[in-house]
Design a protein around this ligand. Structure first.
Ligand code: SF4
Length: 189
């Protein structure tokens, strides 16, 4: 799996203290994308599911992981790998939120077992390409065209409360590679 970064605790992309996993590879080229460094997959970012889980386990023994937010890049271009990762993440939390530049209708139209498995086992999908001109500071969404689909009935109340009481915030992480700024950034960031 080609992974650009894994951060914890992410508190600005969904409820609670979450683990954020950013996958590499996206050929959509949205103008104003805040993660262009994740457009290309790189051999040095190739990691096994076991390696990812070693990191998750290391965090999980000492901290509560309230959920996972998987972004990119384009997560739904690595569906086979995701079908292996998601069942392991579920051991910690079934609150798995996935961002994708595809629309949910396009994903269902794939008629692909891996894609269907993912959509059946995650809590939330936020879909649609990023449109800079529609970046209006809407909660959890880079632009207003994107839609929040709560796919698991179990999480309807949790997300309904979160969406009605929260606002966009930015969180900066200091890493060995420098500062990574996480959240929904304003246009022109
Ligand atoms: S889909 Fe997301 S990662 Fe890909 S170019 Fe658009 S904003 Fe960037």
């Amino acid at each position: 799996m080609n992974v650009g970064r894994i951060l914890y605790p992410v508190e600005v992309l969904g409820p609670g203290k979450r683990m954020g996993i950013w996958l590499c590879g996206c050929d959509r080229g949205c103008k104003g994308c805040s993660n262009p460094e994740l457009w290309k997959q790189r051999p040095e970012y190739e990691v096994s599911i076991d390696e990812i889980m070693m990191l998750v386990d290391k965090v999980g023994v000492e901290h509560d992981i309230d959920g996972f937010t998987i972004s990119g890049g384009e997560p739904m271009d690595q569906v086979i790998e995701l079908t292996k990762l998601i069942p392991k993440l579920i051991r910690y939390s079934t609150d798995i939120l996935v961002y994708t530049g595809y629309q949910i209708e396009q994903l269902y139209a794939r008629n692909d077992v891996s894609t269907e498995f993912i959509l059946s086992n995650i809590a939330v999908l936020i879909d649609g390409e990023y449109r800079e001109e529609e970046n209006n500071d809407v909660l959890l969404r880079g632009s207003a065209n994107q839609r929040i689909h709560v796919l698991s009935e179990k999480y309807e109340d949790r997300y309904s409360l979160y969406l009605s009481t929260s606002h966009n915030q930015i969180q900066n992480f200091t890493t060995s590679d420098g500062v990574v700024s996480v959240g929904i950034h304003k246009r022109g960031f």
